[in-house]
Design a binder for this molecule. Structure first.
Ligand code: NAP
Length: 283
C-alpha cells in the first residue's frame, strides 16, 4: 500500500478562488500591507508571491520595501502609520528582520485586529484561550489539509514536532481545540522516534531535512510535513524522509506542494476575515 498524497496545491487553489469570490462580493476592497526590510533573497520571493496572490484575489496589496539599515524606531513608526490607515486591513512584516530590529517589538506593535500573521501575543493568547482571533497561516493551512483529507481528529493521538511561536505552538493549540490528544516534541525530547511512532497524526515542523525516518512513523498514520529545507544539491525537501514514509503512512503531504501553498492562501483568508471584522460586515 502506498499513502494517499494530500495535494496542497489543489486545496490552496480552491481556497484562493473562494477568497476571490468573497472579495468580489464585498462593497470594499480589503487592504493588505506587506513590509520587507532588507534584501534577503528568500524573503523577497515570499513577499512577491504574497503580493501577487493577494492582487489576484482582488485584495488591494501594497509592498513596502525598506533598506537593511532601517532603525527599529523607523519600522515601528511605519507600523503605527499602517495601524492608523483605515484602508489597511492586514499588516504583515516579513521575518527574519535585520539584527538591529527586535522582531518581538515589531510584532507587539501591530494592531491585533490587523495582525494577519497571527503572531501578536493578543492573537496567540486568544488561540490558547479558545477565543476568536487571527490564527497563524501555516498551522491554519494544516488544519484545512487535515479536513480535506477527511481526518477525524477527535480523540486522535497527534504529535507536533517543533514548538516555535510561528508553527509548533499554534499547531498544538489548534489540534487541541479539535479534540486531538496532543504531544509537543522538540530538541530536548527523549526518544523522539518512539514518541513519533505513537502518533496517529504527525505534524513535522523542526526544520531538519528528512529527520523523520520511515521507521518513526506508525503504519497508517497521517503525516503532515511543514518543513522546507534546501539540500546541498539544491533540492527542496521536508522534515520527513518522504520515500520511506510513502509505503507506511495512510496519507502524507509532499514538499513542495503540500503545506507551503496553503500558507499564502490562508494569509488571503485572514485578510478578508480581518477586513470583515474591522469594517463591521461580519466575515
Ligand atoms: P524553528 O523556529 O527553527 O523551530 C523549530 C522547532 O523544531 C523548535 O521547537 C526546535 O526545538 C525543534 N527542533 C529542531 N531540531 C530538532 C531536533 N533535531 N529534534 C527535535 N526537535 C527539533 O522553525 P519554524 O519557524 O517553526 O519552522 C519549522 C520548519 O517549517 C522550517 O523548515 C520552516 O522552513 C518550515 N516552515 C514552513 C512554512 C510553510 O509555509 N510550509 C511556514 C513556516 C515554516 P527547540 O524549541 O527545543 O529548539
Amino acid at each position: 500500500m502506498t499513502a494517499t498524497i494530500i495535494d496542497g496545491k489543489a486545496v490552496a487553489a480552491a481556497l484562493r478562488a473562494r477568497v476571490a469570490q468573497q472579495v468580489a462580493a464585498l462593497p470594499y476592497r480589503p487592504g493588505l500591507a506587506v513590509v520587507l526590510v532588507g534584501d534577503d533573497p528568500a524573503s523577497a520571493v515570499y513577499v512577491r508571491n504574497k503580493d501577487r496572490a493577494a492582487a489576484a484575489a482582488g485584495i488591494a496589496a501594497q509592498t513596502i520595501r525598506l533598506p537593511a539599515a532601517t532603525a527599529e524606531a523607523e519600522l515601528l513608526a511605519l507600523v503605527a502609520r499602517l495601524n492608523a490607515d483605515a484602508g489597511v486591513d492586514g499588516i504583515l512584516v516579513q521575518m527574519p528582520l535585520p539584527k538591529q530590529i527586535r522582531s518581538t517589538a515589531v510584532i507587539d506593535a501591530i494592531d491585533p485586529a490587523k495582525d494577519v500573521d497571527g503572531l501578536n501575543p493578543v492573537n496567540a493568547g486568544r488561540l490558547q484561550s479558545g477565543r476568536p482571533g487571527l490564527v497563524p497561516c501555516t498551522p491554519a493551512g494544516v488544519m484545512k489539509l487535515l479536513a480535506e483529507a477527511g481526518v477525524a481528529l477527535t480523540g486522535t493521538r497527534a504529535l507536533v514536532l517543533g514548538r516555535s511561536v510561528l508553527v509548533g505552538r499554534p499547531m498544538a493549540a489548534l489540534l487541541t481545540a479539535a479534540d486531538a490528544t496532543v504531544t509537543v516534541a522538540h530538541s530536548r525530547t527523549r526518544d523522539l522516534p518512539a514518541e513519533c511512532r505513537r502518533a496517529e497524526v504527525l505534524v513535522a515542523a523542526a526544520g531538519r531535512a528528512q529527520m523523520v525516518r520511515g521507521d518513526w512513523i506508525a503504519p497508517g498514520a497521517v503525516v503532515i510535513d511543514v518543513g522546507i529545507n534546501r539540500l546541498p544539491d539544491g533540492r527542496l525537501v521536508g522534515d520527513v524522509a518522504y520515500a520511506e514514509a510513502l509505503p507506511i503512512a495512510h496519507a502524507i503531504t509532499p514538499v513542495p506542494g503540500g503545506v507551503g501553498p496553503m500558507t499564502i492562501a490562508c494569509l488571503l483568508e485572514n485578510t478578508v476575515i480581518a477586513a470583515g471584522r474591522r469594517r463591521g460586515s461580519g466575515q
